[in-house]
Write a protein that binds this ligand. Structure first.
Ligand SMILES: Nc1ncnc2c1ncn2[C@@H]1O[C@H](COP(=O)(O)OP(=O)(O)OP(=O)(O)O)[C@@H](O)[C@H]1O
Ligand SMILES: [Mg+2]
Length: 159
């Protein structure tokens, strides 16, 4: 199942993240794709808020993984842009996060071969100076149900 949202500005992208964050449970994995500056981190800031995390989310470009606690579920925010090969993820404890966290991974297509089979793909496309097309693609009943819930939410451009 797929759904595309059109975001008109950074606030809408973050708001979409909040809506998604509210629907996530332990073990969920969001695999984010899209160019530099497409809005992946902006969206993740919203996800953290939706999970009830107060701490400010910053880009894990250099740390690769940032952990956030204090919400309904802990969040592992990853950015694998700088990884030379997917095996490096193992060294930084990637597999320890799969069960107990919500994982949001930027540039997930770079390590596709080591991702769990069932992830929710979220693709960000720049469609104007402040416009973004955000596409969710699911292949499982669990993530389909999240997409169904999103369809019922108003306030973000559901195309
Ligand atoms: N509709 C929009 N949604 C999100 N960001 C937008 C939007 N319009 C403009 N922007 C701008 O685009 C940039 C998005 O930056 P962000 O760090 O979220 O991108 P990113 O996809 O995480 O990039 P990177 O791959 O470098 O990590 C910000 O400067 C933001 O102000
Ligand atoms: Mg980013």
């Amino acid at each position: 199942m797929e759904i595309v949202f059109e975001s008109e500005n950074i606030e809408q992208t973050e708001k979409l993240g909040v809506l998604v964050g509210k629907l996530l449970v332990k073990g969920d994995f969001l695999a984010l794709t899209g160019d530099l500056g497409a809005g992946k981190t902006a969206f993740t800031k919203g996800v953290a808020k939706g999970l009830g995390i107060d701490e400010e989310v910053t880009s894990p470009t250099f740390t690769i993984i940032n952990e956030y606690h204090g919400g309904s579920v802990s969040l592992a925010h990853m950015d694998v842009y700088r990884l030379k090969n997917p095996e490096e993820l193992e060294n930084i404890g990637f597999y320890d996060y799969l069960q107990d966290f919500v994982i949001v991974m930027e540039w997930a297509d770079k390590v596709k071969e080591i991702l769990p089979e069932d992830v929710l793909w979220v693709d960000f496309k720049v469609s104007g100076e402040s416009k973004r097309k955000i596409k969710f693609a699911s292949k499982s009943a669990h993530y389909d149900s999240i997409i169904e819930e999103l369809k019922n939410c108003s306030g973000v451009g559901n195309k």
